[in-house]
Write a new protein. Structure first.
Length: 235
């Protein structure tokens, strides 16, 4: 097929190109080949259209990536939507934290790229509202609510993002890092690094999910302390 024929075909199909089909294709490319492989031209090849067709829906590649991240975050928003609003705040936040971990595992490449960003999308807004409402229901002051919102949100995102970044790495690099405790720390000079040598075996067995669960519980426990203190001061 000649270049002119392909271009004509692309122009013909681009009129039917939807925002949803672009996002689905972008998510597929990012998760399959990595974010570095994503370009408007690459998406054009995937969908059989001219790359210029995408600019009808997105300003640039960054706008597309943020929209794709908010798109997959919509799965988390849909999940928490099933939780009754009268469920206690701790259960609501615990469900969100675990849902975030699962989302990062499903979309490691995209999550590792998007977790530090602010999309301003519908899914993100719904999750922000969900966390703030859960914390506000405890009776904490507005200042306490937003502080603990940031503590919970930033920490869970960071740990999920770190796990996603590891999962998105090439297998050989993941294996190299995973073996670091036994390959490096277990053989450090005993006289200079006695603590590292003494705990190397245990360090090698700690899983990222174990760390995440413990951290989430510690944050929720800290919120419990703040709530109790607030109620005492109100007496």
């Amino acid at each position: 097929m000649s270049t002119s024929t392909r271009s004509a075909k692309g122009r013909g199909r681009s009129t039917a190109l939807s925002r949803d089909s672009i996002l689905e294709s972008a998510i597929t490319v990012i998760e399959r080949d990595g974010v570095a492989a994503l370009s408007m031209r690459r998406l054009g090849d995937e969908l059989g259209v001219d790359a210029t067709a995408f600019y009808r829906h997105f300003r640039d590649k960054d706008d597309l990536v943020l929209a794709a991240y908010d798109r997959v975050t919509g799965e988390l928003a849909a999940q928490i939507r099933t939780i009754a609003p009268d469920v206690d705040w701790r259960t609501r936040l615990h469900s969100l934290a675990w849902g975030s971990w699962q989302l990062a595992a499903r979309y490691p490449a995209l999550f590792s790229l998007g977790w530090t960003r602010t999309t301003g999308g519908e899914a993100e807004s719904e999750i922000v509202e969900y966390i703030l409402a859960a914390l506000a229901s405890t009776g904490m002051t507005a200042d306490q609510v937003v502080l603990h919102y940031r503590m919970f949100g930033d920490t869970t995102l960071a740990l999920c993002g770190m796990a996603a970044s590891v999962a998105a790495m090439p297998a050989e690099l993941r294996g190299k890092d995973a073996a670091a405790w036994t390959r490096i720390y277990a053989v450090l000079p005993q006289a200079e690094y006695p603590a590292a040598r003494a705990h190397a075996a245990e360090l090698a067995t700690v899983g990222e999910e174990d760390i995440y669960r413990l951290t989430v519980e510690a944050i929720l426990d800290r919120i419990e302390v703040t709530i109790a203190s607030s109620h005492v001061s109100d007496r």
